[in-house]
Design a protein around this ligand. Structure first.
Ligand code: GLA
Length: 721
């Protein structure tokens, strides 16, 4: 029997057969009839208010039909069940040791709407399993789904996989997701949807530089502004899976969840396994889809609301060469140019003279820092800056006091160690003593130096992550939970502490880690040419204020390309802005120009960190345009970047979508050092008084792209008049 209890109904009609949730321009219609678990009938554009009758008709109109294989219409749930006749991958896969309970049928369902969430519970007596599915439509129209299974039987139940699936409309013809590698994260890749699955798995024990990030299915040719798209993101920092699957009945599903290693989750009687949150974002164009993620993130109560301090990170300035006088000089220079947060990177702790020793020994090195960090920290504070410190808590070098004292704390299957990576192994944070050690060491240092910010790094994949306390059984699942718990506990003890998620750059960028951290480091590559792409695609998930964007030295350490400060700064402007450059070695002129850029960022950071991200479609791949528009439409800032040399010249116009069509905007060039034109006239908007055009004209006709030299950028500032 299907029961429905409705405490509050802020949305739309709910009948005993269907639930219709509406928010932020999105409708979610869920079939809850037939005593079965929920099945999504429509997830996409808002259908407007539907009467009880219309909703019923919609369910009837879209009901599955029989084909010539199974004699009953096959209903595909959010967690698909083979027992319904479904021959695609089931959502829950598992079994007991005698081989039973491998194909459950959840009935005796109950459905409940709590606020914006539909919670459905089902039970299978014979299998001895309970399943709960939650579907929440957030105010921005972002869908969140998760499921949990409880072992209601006596014997152990092994969970091999539990994923949630979201159907996309048949108009979806193409897939877009991301891949990447160290220092080149978030590379988009595109292909057609064909029969079968496009499967993305991460077995790295971290999100991965090559993570799908948002796995998108959409209409042919969809772009930032056009084409209907549906995307899925798994909010999890351990192993995970996401896929697009097309069946020969025409159904296309997006699916995702945690990837469980063999035997990793064995539920004793009464125990429960929960999936991470899986996010579904619909949109007309990639910008609208991204906006659903951004608005949701900005609505969280832990979302950073204070001004994002301009940061100096000393890594590329000094690497492991920690000398107090140099670091003090950097602090002085930083404060002179307007920097607000000073971050001491790797190299401060015992035995850490190179990257092959010391990880795990979280004590200030007495040789390098005979008076502790106080002489530096005190000076940084006197200069009015916050202080941040680098840690890589989950890692250990074999050449460390910690590894020598506790070799059994290293993740391993037993009898052998996994191959090293960056000369390091991984600590088993799920061992209570290891967890306590890390918590204690980090907490003490945070207290001693009133640390404002931790750069929390994670520089290797987890290979053969066996848990010694369980005889070497697979341990990524509990490791991931233990790390989240450690971060949560640190934040509980130090409520003002901010934490950055870094993982060899951007290899831990996901909404799971962002529940317990405050920003990500997008990439170890700070070359602005690369960063234009990396930041553009990181924005598919994250708003600018959560993404660390720094100005490098003139010559990039990863690519050896050299760039003018104007291009480096314009590129870094659109994020959580900072500097990663030995500014003590920069010229007076460079420092003066840097100070101007920092001032410019401070002037615009409120707009950048609260506005709507827009990535106009551009006529040529050699040009990228991106910007932010104030929530009230009163102001906007666009970055027009010439990456290479377009085939047609002078470059054409670019439409600036998303402005208020009814308002007039003055468009003006802004920024210290506008880059030189190669030839041809400067566009009218770059002349001293700029131009005034309506939002409608700017959205439909646009402004001319300046004839910039390659690897240069220009800023357009728009103010409603
Ligand atoms: C990683 C990070 C860098 C830096 C180094 C320090 O590579 O991504 O930013 O902190 O570690 O070893």
């Amino acid at each position: 029997m299907t029961q429905l209890s409705t405490e509050t109904l802020p949305f739309d009609v709910t009948t005993t057969e269907a639930v219709h949730l509406r928010a932020g321009g999105v409708s979610l219609v869920v079939d809850i009839a037939h005593g079965a678990m929920p099945s999504i009938v429509h997830w996409g554009s808002d259908l407007g208010p539907l009467s009880d009758l219309e909703l019923r008709e919609l369910i009837v109109a879209t009901a599955p039909r029989r084909d010539n294989s199974v004699d009953v219409p096959v209903r595909v749930g959010v967690v698909p069940e083979a027992s319904s006749g479904w021959l695609g991958a089931p959502g829950l896969q598992g079994h007991r040791s005698d081989g039973t309970a491998w194909s459950p049928k959840f009935s005796e369902t109950e459905h409940e709407v709590q606020g914006a969430t539909l919670i459905s519970r089902g039970h299978d007596d014979q299998a001895g399993l309970d399943l709960t599915v939650e579907l929440e439509l957030t105010a921005s129209g972002l869908l969140r789904a998760r499921a949990d299974v409880v072992n209601a039987g006596e014997s152990d139940y092994f969970v091999d996989r539990l994923v949630v699936t979201l159907p996309v409309a048949p108009v979806a013809r193409e897939i877009l997701d991301q891949t990447g590698r160290w220092a080149k994260e978030r590379i988009p890749q595109r292909r057609d949807i064909t029969a079968g699955a496009h499967l993305r798995e991460s077995r790295r024990g971290r999100t991965g530089a090559d993570a799908a990030t948002v796995l998108i299915a959409g209409e042919r040719g969809f772009s930032f502004q056009n084409g209907e798209v549906w995307g899925l993101h798994v909010g999890w920092s351990g192993n995970h899976v996401s896929y697009v699957e097309r069946h020969n009945n025409g159904l296309t599903l997006l699916g995702g969840g945690e990837l469980l290693l063999p035997g990793e989750v064995a539920l004793g009687a009464g125990e429960q396994y929960s999936t991470p949150w899986v996010y579904g974002a619909h949109g007309i164009g990639l910008d609208e889809q991204a906006q659903r993620f951004h608005s949701y993130l900005r609505s969280r109560k832990q979302h950073p609301s204070s001004v994002r301090p301009v940061t100096l990170n000393v890594w590329e300035a000094v690497y492991f060469d920690h000398r107090l006088d140099t670091l003090l000089e950097l602090a002085q220079r930083a404060s002179d140019v307007g920097i607000e947060r000073y971050v001491l990177d790797d190299g401060w702790f015992r035995h850490r003279r190179r990257d092959n020793a010391g990880l795990g020994d979280w004590f200030v090195d007495e040789d390098v820092w005979p008076d502790g960090l106080a002489p530096l920290v005190d000076r940084v504070r006197e200069l009015g800056m916050q202080f941040g410190l680098w840690f890589e808590p989950e890692m250990v070098n074999l050449d460390s006091d910690l590894a020598r004292a506790h070799p059994d704390w290293i993740l391993q299957t037993g009898g052998r160690l996994p191959p090293e990576a960056r000369t390091q192994q991984v600590l088993n944070v799920a061992i209570p003593e290891a967890y306590e050690y890390l918590l204690d060491r980090i907490s003490r240092l945070v207290d001693e130096y009133s640390i404002d910010y931790i750069k929390w790094d994670h520089n290797r994949d987890l290979i053969e992550p066996g848990a010694a306390q369980r005889g070497g059984a697979a341990g990524t699942h509990e490791q991931t939970h233990a790390v989240y718990q450690l971060l949560r506990e640190l934040k509980r003890r130090h409520p003002d502490l901010e934490i950055e998620s870094c993982s060899s750059g951007g290899a831990r960028v996901d909404l799971g880690i962002l529940e317990v951290t405050d920003r990500v480091w997008a990439s170890d590559c700070i070359d602005p040419l690369e960063r234009q792409h990396i930041q553009r695609w990181t924005a598919q998930l994250l708003p600018p204020e959560l993404v660390g964007c720094h100005i490098s030295g003139p010559r990039s350490h990863t690519t050896s390309r050299t760039h003018d400060l104007s291009f480096r700064a314009t590129t870094a402007l659109f994020g959580h802005f900072g500097v990663e450059w030995n500014i003590a070695e920069a010229s007076e002129r460079e420092r003066a120009e840097l100070a101007e850029w920092i001032l410019l960022h401070k002037r615009f950071r409120h707009l950048i960190h609260t506005g709507r991200v827009v990535r106009p479609d551009v006529p040529d791949d050699e040009v990228t345009v991106s910007g932010v528009i104030a929530a009230d439409g009163s102001e906007a800032l666009f970055d027009i970047a010439m990456l290479g040399r377009p085939a047609s010249w002078p470059p054409s116009a670019v439409r600036l979508p998303g402005l208020d069509p009814t308002r007039q905007y003055r468009v003006m060039a802004i920024g210290p050092d506008a880059p030189t034109a190669v030839d041809g006239a400067t566009p009218a908007w770059q002349r001293p008084d700029g131009i005034v055009l309506s939002g409608r004209v700017l959205g439909r006709v646009g402004i001319q792209i300046p004839p910039l030299k390659p690897e240069h950028a220009a800023l357009a500032h728009l103010v409603a008049v």
